[in-house]
Design a protein around this ligand. Structure first.
Ligand code: FES
Length: 73
């Protein structure tokens, strides 16, 4: 398994990371400016980790922790 991009926007993480770093984007800003994470949302945990660690290639399934009782949209 190799996860390297937002599938909905077809934008690779290794292109998003330099833009995010150059503009000091947090996850909300990255979503707003690129549309990545704004559709199915499955890439959000990857985007979050990318911003935190600089990783752009993932080999594991990441999911967002939801608060108790919260439903996935
Ligand atoms: S994979 Fe990024 S919004 Fe769907």
């Amino acid at each position: 398994m190799r996860i390297v991009r937002c599938e909905c926007r077809r934008l690779p993480f290794d292109r998003l990371l330099p833009r995010a770093r150059a503009n000091d984007w947090d996850l909300a800003a990255l979503i707003r400016e690129t549309g990545c994470g704004a559709q199915c949302g499955l890439c959000r945990p990857y985007l979050r980790r990318m911003l935190a660690t600089g990783e752009t290639v993932f080999h594991e399934i990441l999911t967002e922790a939801l608060p108790d009782g919260a439903a996935r949209p």
